[in-house]
Design a binder for this molecule. Structure first.
Ligand code: HEC
Length: 154
């Protein structure tokens, strides 16, 4: 067994103290995605990703959606419908005022994490005639972060 000399042990301690202080000051969410990815394990299921998902990181990632989607209660739709309360809501019927495509309205069911994941990965694969012209979010962990964020907006 290799016992580290006292000096390196204390520098290890101060390094982790710095890391914790940094998390408190700046928030870990932006920088710890790789650590969270490791924690989810190889080929993680949606459930495994949900366990390491971070709503705060998701709120940052949601900026790419916010160009089209407001997410504050009572805010008018933009290019896309308001997404406040979207998790668990009926697909293609959440906003009374938004002009959804017939294709999205015909999907049926409600927004579960699995369906939201599929939609964000590739909207046109899930609903070929949708007018959500968005390439999708390729990274499964970023999708899980956005889902965690959407779950807080209700
Ligand atoms: C370029 C604009 C645009 C961007 C960017 C965009 N969307 Fe959309 N979104 C739309 C439009 C338009 C629709 C309605 C599509 C239809 O009716 O077929 C829509 C529909 C949706 C719906 C269905 C809402 C309901 O009431 O059932 C969800 C959920 C959604 N978007 C989530 C997202 C998320 C999450 C992102 C970011 C990862 C995103 N969108 C990025 C334009 C956009």
């Amino acid at each position: 067994m290799i016992v580290p000399p006292p000096r390196s042990r204390s520098s290890l301690r101060s390094a982790s103290a710095l890391l914790i202080a940094g998390c408190i000051l700046a928030g870990c969410s932006r920088d710890d995605r790789e650590a969270r990815r490791q924690a989810a394990g190889p080929h993680p299921s949606l459930e495994a990703l949900a366990r390491v998902a971070d709503a705060q990181a998701g709120s940052v990632a949601f900026r790419r959606c916010a160009a089209c989607h407001p997410i504050a209660p009572g805010t008018p739709d933009l290019g896309g419908p308001n997404l406040f309360g979207i998790m668990g809501a009926p697909i293609g019927h959440h906003s009374d005022r938004f002009g959804y495509t017939a294709a999205l309205q015909a999907v049926g069911g409600v927004w579960t994490p699995a369906r939201m994941d599929a939609w964000m990965a590739d909207p046109h694969a899930m609903v070929p005639r949708t007018t959500m012209n968005f390439d999708g979010v390729a990274d499964p962990l970023i999708r899980a972060d956005i889902i965690a964020y959407l779950q807080t907006r209700k």
